[in-house]
Design a protein around this ligand. Sequence first.
Ligand code: FMN
Length: 201
Amino acid sequence: MENESTRILAEIIKKRRTRKPVQFSKDPPSIEIITSLIDIARHSPNHHRTEPARFYLLNQEKIEQLGKMFGETLEGNGDDSVRVEKGKRKAKEWGEAPGIILVTCHTDTSSDLVSKNPAVIEEDYATCSCICQNLLLLLESENIASKWSTGAVWKHPDFAEKLEIQNPSTERVVAIIFYGYSEQKVPSRNLTPLERHLNSY
Ligand SMILES: Cc1cc2nc3c(=O)[nH]c(=O)nc-3n(C[C@H](O)[C@H](O)[C@H](O)COP(=O)(O)O)c2cc1C
């Protein structure tokens, strides 16, 4: 690769791997760093300039509440001992995470824009996904490990109220991003040979 910035970017993209939050160090990265990375990550392609991403940077109290709600969601009515066990394990795992950013996508489906362009719903979600990947790469470049989860904690009846979601009826969760310092080494991933997925004419 001739260009130095391409080489650096390629290295970060390939080096980023999902790391286990249970192995994260208990000391969280500073809020100032995380906030500035979120701000940079927002610079992603965005059709109609809707700026759909909303970020919830959780403190320790909210992290514990989120873990508890996820545990309860998994446990269900308590009839299934396997689910109950998993619920307890996940409540602890999530509740002890050093850092969590919740990313939601806000699209007002009753707006004129959406009624004229229904594709905005998917396009907004795509923008939020780009922002999440930007954020994971920025974290990686600061040697901060991460994991993107979509564990369905938002099914919990108290989710919107406890997390103080701004617009509960028009925001959907895109990512629950766990972050923290980690010693866990994960090799870069081998993908299917490109020839099988690339059609070039
Ligand atoms: C949209 C999305 C949702 C994900 N949800 C979960 C999840 O709920 N639980 C989980 O363990 N990992 C989740 N992951 C992480 C993937 O399992 C992980 O990215 C995949 O195994 C590839 O590993 P890598 O990130 O190390 O390349 C999610 C990733 C994405 C992009």
